[in-house]
Design a protein around this ligand. Structure first.
Ligand code: ZN
Length: 207
């Protein structure tokens, strides 16, 4: 089985593929090769010793748009970590195993902004194929103003639309979600419901 897999081996490096680099098998510690397995059509890291195929798939980044209805402000966090240290973001992070997307959104909001929220529905889905990620943001009502920066945030602050630091937003998915949110907020004031928005972001993030 393993020998037949390796017959498909092609002399390529991970830089020729969308795969993240991998040198050794996480199951047995032996070297892996880039191989198109039988019945597959993509290169995978395959262990030459135990035969494990190490699939790589996109990661989910899930967050919220914490909103304070009384004066129509949104809670943003200034990042204390790389990438984009010092830039502002909506609370969001990688989904963990064994949790739902709603649980992930609430957890990240509590961890990064110390904020308790009531989720109000999925608002945006942004595909970011060049970094192998899908970002989801939920609309959310802040339950109180008793928020505080978590360990991954330098500060946490409420912003009205005209106060948003657009040039200091950490990620295109956050800028896009905020623009869509304030557009929908205007429509909502005229009695229309908030929408759900799905977009693809293919441009690379600024360095
Ligand atoms: Zn192995």
């Amino acid at each position: 089985m393993v020998d037949s897999l390796l017959n498909f081996s092609i002399a390529m490096s991970a830089s020729d593929t969308p795969l993240l680099p991998m040198n050794f098998c996480s199951d047995c510690g032996q070297p892996v090769s880039l191989v198109i397995p039988p019945d597959d059509n993509r290169l995978r890291h395959v262990c030459g010793h135990c035969g494990t195929i190490h699939y790589q798939n996109p990661k989910m980044v899930v967050g919220s748009i914490p909103f304070w209805q009384a004066d129509e402000r949104v809670l943003l966090c200034r990042r204390a970590i790389e990438p984009r240290h010092g830039f502002w973001t909506l609370p969001a992070g990688f989904m963990e195993n064994s949790e739902t997307t709603e649980e992930a959104a609430a957890r990240e909001t509590l961890e990064e902004a110390g904020a308790r929220i009531e989720l109000q529905g999925l608002f945006s889905l942004l595909n970011v194929p060049h970094v192998h990620q899908v970002h989801l943001f939920y609309r959310a009502q802040l339950l109180d103003l008793d928020y505080a920066a978590g360990t991954e945030s330098l500060e946490v602050k409420l912003f009205r639309e005209e106060e948003i630091p657009w040039d200091e937003i950490a990620f295109p998915t956050v800028s896009q979600t905020l623009k869509l949110f304030f557009d929908d907020l205007k429509a909502h004031r005229e009695g229309r419901p908030f929408g759900f928005h799905s977009h693809d972001i293919r441009k690379r993030m600024r360095a």
